[in-house]
Design a protein around this ligand. Structure first.
Ligand code: 5GP
Ligand code: ZN
Length: 136
C-alpha cells in the first residue's frame, strides 16, 4: 500500500527523515517544512491514499480522533490561542502532495496568517438550487 514515487510514503515509513512528533501503527505526525505558524504539523497515514476520496472509513474515523488528541496536546504545549484543521483534496483545492494528509495548524493572536475565502452572496433561489442538487 505504498507508492515508491511518493515523498510522504517515504517519510511516513521512515525512509526519509522528518521532524516526527507522534507515531502509531497507522499514522505518523511530522512538522511541516513550510509551516504557516509555529508547530504546523501534518498527520500522514503510513499507507498511500491519494486523498480523502480514497481513504478507508476506518482510517477516516481514526484520523479525526488523532487530530483531536494532537490539537489538545499541541495547544497545551505551544500555548497557542486557536487551532485550524485543514485538509486539501485535488489541485483545485490546493493539494500539492498527493498522499492524504491533515494539516494541524496552531493559531496565535496576530500571527498574520489568513486561512479563508471570499464569501459569495448567493440568492435564496441559488441556494435552493444547490440544495436540490445535493439532496434530490
Ligand atoms: P497540501 O498543499 O498538499 O495540502 O500540503 C502539502 C504540505 O506539505 C505543505 O504545507 C508543504 O509545506 C508540506 N511539505 C511538502 N514537502 C514536504 C516534505 O518533504 N517534508 C515536510 N515535512 N513537509 C513537506
Ligand atoms: Zn504516499
Amino acid at each position: 500500500m505504498r507508492d515508491d514515487s511518493c515523498i510522504f510514503c517515504k517519510i511516513a515509513n521512515g525512509d526519509i527523515p522528518s521532524k516526527e512528533i507522534y507515531e502509531d501503527e497507522d499514522f505518523k505526525v511530522i512538522l511541516d517544512l513550510g509551516p504557516a505558524t509555529k508547530g504546523h504539523a501534518l498527520i500522514l497515514p503510513k499507507n498511500h491514499y491519494r486523498s480523502l476520496y480514497e481513504l478507508p472509513d476506518e482510517l477516516a474515523s481514526k484520523v479525526m480522533l488523532l487530530a483531536k488528541k494532537m490539537s489538545v496536546q499541541m495547544t497545551e504545549k505551544l500555548e497557542c490561542d486557536g487551532f485550524n484543521l485543514v485538509q486539501n483534496n485535488g489541485e483545485a483545492a490546493g493539494q500539492t502532495v498527493f498522499h492524504f494528509h491533515l494539516h494541524l495548524i496552531p493559531r496565535y493572536e496576530e500571527d498574520g496568517q489568513v486561512l479563508g475565502w471570499k464569501a459569495l452572496q448567493p440568492t435564496s433561489e441559488e441556494l435552493s438550487e444547490v440544495r436540490r442538487l445535493l439532496v434530490e
